[in-house]
Design a protein around this ligand. Sequence first.
Ligand code: UD1
Length: 440
Amino acid sequence: MDKIRLTGGRALHGKIRISGAKNATLPLLAACLLSDKPLTLTNVPRLSDVETFEALLAHLGVEVHQDSARGITRLCAKEILSHEAPYDHVRKMRASVLVLGPLLARCGEVRLSLPGGCAIGARPIDVHLKGLEALGAQIHLEEGYVVAKAPQGLVGGEYTFPIVSVTGTENIIMAACLAKGTTVLKGAAQEPEVTDLIHCLKAMGACIEGEGTSTLTIYGPTNFVEATHAVLPDRIETGTYAMAVGMVGGSVELTHTSLSLLPTVVPLLEAVGLVFEETQDGFKVSYDGHGLKALDLTTSVYPGFPTDLQAQYMALMTLAKGECHIQETIFENRFMHVPELARLGANISVKGNTAHVRGVPHLIGAPVMATDLRASVCLVLAGLAAEGETVISRVYHLDRGYEEIENKLSACGVSIERLVEGNDHASSQFVSQAQSANNR
Ligand code: UD1
């Protein structure tokens, strides 16, 4: 398994091109299953989660053509050859559950391996199933699989989400596009990735009202047409690099992104001590290194502070002046980065869903282990500031969601390299790739 080695202490200066959002790309890929017409996605990030999802689509019979160098994926689900999402695919990535709605709507039947628990909590899919039942699906469980049927096709209905679920909302919106009649969804997730999916579905011919709000109306069935859609910038990657600047100081321009994607994050980071300035192509984030203010945080659904930035914020707070409380309200087991941060010298205690962080004057490099996607990037952030060398193992977690992270950071002056499995020397390609990372 690859590792990342970095030496901390250098301020960041330069430019980072933000990639397309992983969490937008996966539902957009799933949307191709609804139609026999081609769908072209641009600004697609090169990530292992995207590859895993494309492999699942290919298994289902979708023609997938990737032009990775240009970030373009062409999809055509002319014919669906299988309506089963097998264990081996779902086990690798629980977002595979996103094929449930579109496949059921298109084929009238689907078998999906139950995702089961995962590193950051139990993560059930009950609201996905209840939402589909509201559209007329019959659902039962069979040998670890969800079997959903709608032999006469789905019919429009009304469903109120009892909790806000991002992929749940996306699944039901997609299914409703092929249901006969009007569907009204209340309590829908308002995350920008949901809105991006709606924009793409509209380009594909769907008639949907209410995007960006918690009530959505979908008029089905859709007569699909060929479409092209550019994936939304990754707001989590954007927030991560902004906080990286806060860890060590410096000034970095984040391009192909926007401050408007982070309505709650930016004001909090400003209060903590970071400075933001809009540019033509994104924004500049700077920090003069004169002391971060410790401020409390509670994660919540959009437009609240995203759970996917909680671990990174905690890394930032390890170096703040004073102490703060970080409360996680979305997932029940999302503090696995705490013991690893402690190995670098952080002072954090956890009680229930709240972490108490007492700022320390400095962190010290050490070997640490990544446990999930966002936990692993928080260790990269901590390593940027830690004195000496930090080696992070199990970086395959990072490759799921951060495109070319070591190249993007090394282009800003960070001493960082990937140690490739079975190779005692650092990957020699990383230096030459550093310049090209931001040119795409
Ligand atoms: C998505 C994102 C993930 C992000 C999360 C919250 C993708 C691929 N993943 O995950 O990165 O951290 O939103 O913003 O876009 N729940 C239920 N029953 C359900 C569904 C969810 O109880 O049927 C609970 C979950 O356990 C969790 C909460 O609802 O506590 C939110 O989950 P949800 O929004 O569905 O998260 P994901 O869509 O899995």
